[in-house]
Design a protein around this ligand. Sequence first.
Ligand code: NAD
Length: 514
Amino acid sequence: MFYLLFGKCRKDLLRREHSFGRPMTLDASPPWDDVQNYIDGGWRTPSGDGQDVVNPATGEAISYVGFSSEDDVNAAVHAGQEAFEAWSETPIEERIQPLFELKQSLEDHQDELAEILVREHGKTFAEAKGELRRGIENVEVACGTPSMMQAGHLPNAAPEIDETAVRKPLGVFTAITPFNFPGMIPLWFLPYAVATGNAFILKPSEQDPVVAQRLFELIDAAGFPDGLVQLVNGSVDTVNALLDHDGIEGVSFVGSTPVAKTIYERAAANGKRVQAQGGAKNHIIVTETADLDFAAKKTVSSACACGGERCLANDVVVVEEGIYDEFASRVIEESKAQTVGYGLDSETDIGALITPEHESRVRDMIATGIDEGAELLLDGRDGAVDGYENGNFLAPTVFGDVAPEMTVAREEIFGPVLGLVPVENVDEAIEVLNRSDFGNAASLFTGSGADARAVRHRADVGNLGVNTGTAAPMAFFHFGGRKASFFGDLHAQGEDMIHFYTDKTIYIERWPSA
Ligand code: NAD
């Protein structure tokens, strides 16, 4: 009876029935086998040479990822196009069923996925679990696509004319994602792409691709048709093959600003839809009426959580002069209280940075801050962790008397470094914030509604928190910045994704005898 109802997807439903309620066992202990591509429903080794995947806390190689060639990309796009033909005609209620399965499976495997994430990324276990939670939320929201995808109907739009707008899927989409949230960011896109009727190819960061591999093991068991959801590993050449492929309809990118801009230009020049999220330089404003203890705690966690490797890290802290000294001492106290260590140790607050090269870049930025005249209030460069001598560790660094034009106030650092900028009042604080090239996020700590209103009205950012340290919207709202933090118009997450993954057709109908 069940199969008769859903004729076309019988095989998938069978697979779903078999896997339902039977959690897979994922082995979280490395070394792991080489990372594979998932193409047309099967596991394949990427054709090209690649690089080791390294645990940033130990310096040990824990896996290896090959880079996919143009032929690998062609195979994935071709399989995606074939899968799209039937999937786009599959009733939407059927299309969301594998997402329910995937959501449950992600819940069941959250701890294992988080442990993998810690080992290849360096963040703490709690941060990894938080990241996965945010990813799962997107799967949940995409299950509401039957409501979100409706586009509108107007009877008697003109004499005897009814008009109906419908949203249609477009084909094969890809997402190219960064290293810093390898478990969450793919899920900003994937669930919406398939729920709306498209095929989807993920190209994860080559720096920590194992969690995506595990994610695709769960996807494999979730009941999607072969070729619909695929994984292609690689680096720049793989990305370019995707961007130049005629069979790709649209591209989502998340990563650094220079690459975001290049991707935006190249994908658009090839006639594709594109949304490209770039880097950031976010500000916190602290006013005299703020709860200073709360603000100091949230400021340090905003700047230093995930080792500061977050596009939402607020590391320029703009403080009203009247409370500057008091607030600075609380920030220093809170920063000193952070425990740097291995992400799997439960007492660790700040884990390892992604690579030794990135650690030295952050060290260079600290040196630049000193050279340009910022006051070094707390030096985190001696972040060594006993037992993890090969790890990329830095403790929090706090600069005082930072001027808005200094490099540490203008450029993304992506490390546990924050700078305090004294200002006379909220007007000046807003001016400092708006002078930034970036517009991803900002936060305000205040007890004043008038100050909150002024910042809400005038701050040129995409995500604004009031009395919250990190302005991260829930999955049913869009996530996206402005200025050099974003190239495109429709953002990640929520309803924007439904718009990105569909195009509208209007039916204009007259049936005079009706
Ligand atoms: P990155 O730009 O180096 O890499 C991102 C992706 O692009 C990876 O998959 C990588 O393989 C690919 N890539 C790298 N160089 C490329 C090139 N020249 N041509 C084509 N593809 C290329 O970024 P990252 O270091 O992995 O991530 C950190 C950056 O991402 C930070 O700047 C951070 O602010 C940003 N980020 C932004 C958001 C946001 O929502 N705005 C979210 C997370 C991270």
